[in-house]
Design a protein around this ligand. Structure first.
Ligand code: FCB
Length: 466
């Protein structure tokens, strides 16, 4: 087996988010978030659970910090709960909420772990939702005030900031498909939300730079490379449409200051633009959204295979890419496709030239239905991570300025609409006792970090994969 050596300053991290791990939703003056409200809606969460306890990280963060030390992680990507900082979404700042993150940041720095803070990992204050949430421009203004409050308090020590996590999920899953908070099903609202998320990002960038001088500012996008199922024109068209609405809808405004014209046209034809326009986009918005960034965060889990539904199956070309078989998917049903990470990173580098890139999330749910004790031998997660790290390494060799990799996630946690029924952690959580136990993949990851290498040469663990 050949060890692949990563660049000397390559950053090895783990990622989490506030609502998924903190619990203590009623403590420390925290306000209600849209995820508290959504999780209390009957049927919204697969196992009927919510984030009120989660990993109880709010009380056990010191223990989690020592776990990270044990795993030798060099960077920790976490999110700040807006509702802890500004319980009403705007106005009064809750000092107790900021104190929590202040201590966490100091603890990380003492442990030699670099804090990467994300301002919005989906848990919008419910009070802002009551006024229209992300579909209203006022929420973008409120976000900037929140960013300022956080930046002023932590900006002297946190040097790496992401404004948002995965705005596509907030806009589309939350406002069009209704499967995430706030549970809306309105395609026009979703488009408005996407714009206000982007706008708030662009507005917050200079604020963070001012309050955190010398810091690096970016955003984390979930990007999914789309491959046509066959070379037919219809399938290539399906892949173009997917890419336009999923990837370029965010990449183009951020890196080019414009929405992709073909994707706007798709929306127009779908009847999602009032009078054929986007009246919520104002003149100075796009230049603001294109504020130069220090890094792009890429969250990568899988690819999409696009088969046209516009021509009858019999009239289409035979599929070149079959649907993945059960041994090629994770417990989420997502195909394991490491080559997609390489393709995606290269494409982003060639088409958008971000100054630096981090894989801000990559990981897999496996053994979700097992008792915590039984999932400690998680060979498939180890193989998943190894193959994705090798794909990342190939991207570096091909010239991508990839500066680090964050495993999703540190500990099994509240996986949104799936509740606790999907386990992504490299550390197991016993929900009855809240005891944490590192899985084999965590110990493997620690060894990778110490050696700054990943071994190549093992046969691929997921069937036909490259
Ligand atoms: C991403 C989210 C993260 C986690 C993983 C599995 O979309 O950013 O919070 O749920 O998926």
């Amino acid at each position: 087996m050949t060890p692949r050596v990563f660049p000397r300053d390559f950053l090895w991290g783990v990622a989490t988010s506030a609502y998924q791990i903190e619990g203590a939703t009623g403590e420390g003056g925290r306000g209600e978030s849209i995820w508290d409200r959504f999780a209390s809606t009957p049927g919204a969460i697969a196992d009927g659970s919510d984030g009120s306890v989660a990993c109880d990280h709010y009380h056990r963060w010191r223990e989690d910090l020592s776990l990270m030390r044990q795993l030798r992680v060099q960077a920790y990507r976490f999110s700040i709960a807006w509702t802890r900082v500004m319980p009403e979404g705007r106005g009064a700042v809750n000092a107790t909420g900021l104190d929590f993150y202040d201590s966490l940041v100091d603890g990380l720095l003492e442990a030699g772990i670099r804090p990467f803070a994300t301002l919005n990992h989906w848990d919008l204050p419910q009070r802002l939702q009551d006024q229209g949430g992300w579909s209203e421009r006022g929420t973008a203004e409120a976000f900037v005030a929140y960013a300022e409050a956080v930046g002023m308090r932590l900006g002297d020590r946190v040097r790496d900031w992401a404004t948002h996590n995965e705005p596509w999920c907030v806009a589309t899953l939350g406002h069009e498909q209704g499967v995430h908070a706030p549970g809306r099903r309105d395609p026009v609202e979703a488009l408005r939300a996407s714009h206000h998320l982007l706008l708030s990002h662009g507005w917050a960038v200079p604020v963070l730079r001012r309050d955190s001088p010398g810091a690096r500012v970016g955003i984390a996008l979930n990007l999914v490379p789309g491959y046509p199922a066959s070379p037919s024109e219809a399938d290539r068209e399906a892949a173009r449409r997917f890419d336009g609405s999923f990837n370029r809808w965010y990449l183009d405004p951020i890196f080019r200051g414009s929405y992709p014209p073909d994707a706007v046209e798709d929306r127009r034809q779908a009847g999602n633009l009032p009078r054929g326009e986007m009246p919520w986009v104002e003149e100075p918005d796009l230049p603001a959204i294109a504020a130069p960034l220090d890094f792009l965060g890429v969250n990568y889990y899988s690819r999409a295979i696009l088969r046209s539904d516009r021509v009858p199956e019999a009239a289409n070309a035979p599929r070149a890419l079959p649907e993945p078989s059960p041994d090629q998917v994770t417990d989420m049903g997502w195909e394991v496709y490491p080559q997609g990470l390489h393709d995606l990173l290269l494409r982003i580098h060639q088409e958008y030239q971000p100054a630096a890139v981090y894989v801000t999330e990559c990981g897999a749910a496996f053994d979700s239905d097992q008792q915590p004790r039984l999932q400690l031998a998680d060979a498939r997660r180890e193989a998943f991570l190894r193959e994705h790290l090798l794909a990342a390494h190939r991207a570096i060799t091909d010239g991508v300025p990839l500066a680090g990799f964050f495993v999703w996630t540190l500990i099994d946690n509240f996986e949104w609409a799936h509740g606790y029924s999907k386990r992504f952690g490299v550390v197991s959580l016993d929900r009855a006792t809240l005891q944490r136990t590192p899985k084999a993949s965590a110990l493997w990851y620690a060894r990778r970090i110490s050696s700054n290498t990943v071994d190549d040469g093992a046969p691929p663990a997921f069937g036909r994969l490259a």
